[in-house]
Design a protein around this ligand. Structure first.
Ligand SMILES: [Zn+2]
Length: 102
């Protein structure tokens, strides 16, 4: 993954497109299984991720990039739910909830 590709994981429109089209947030190719998510220990603890789904290899290359969050860890899952924020939510970002962690 390039730094340019990595910067898109914070772009809400791109994140939504990845979720709906089931494409990798890094390389833009379709996702197989397992699906990888990168998140902080806090996101992992809540099972609510903000970065789009990724191929395992793309997730690993994201973590190796300069500027990657040193707290990020990779989790893998066979599936996920895409949860849009409710009107009253303070955090308006959609989240991903892996539903069968591997
Ligand atoms: Zn990929």
């Amino acid at each position: 993954m390039t730094v340019t590709q990595a910067s898109r994981i914070h772009d809400r429109r791109w994140v939504t497109q990845c979720a709906l089209s089931r494409i990798c947030g890094g390389c833009g190719q379709s996702l197989g299984r397992p699906i990888a998510f990168v998140g902080t220990p806090d996101e992992i603890g809540r099972n609510a991720f903000h970065a789009p789904p990724l191929h395992v290899a793309c997730a690993e290359s994201l973590l190796a990039l300069p500027g990657a969050d040193p707290d990020w860890q990779v989790v893998t899952t066979a599936g996920f739910e895409f949860v849009r924020p409710a009107k009253e939510d303070e955090d308006r970002r959609p989240t991903f909830r892996p539903n069968s962690l591997l």
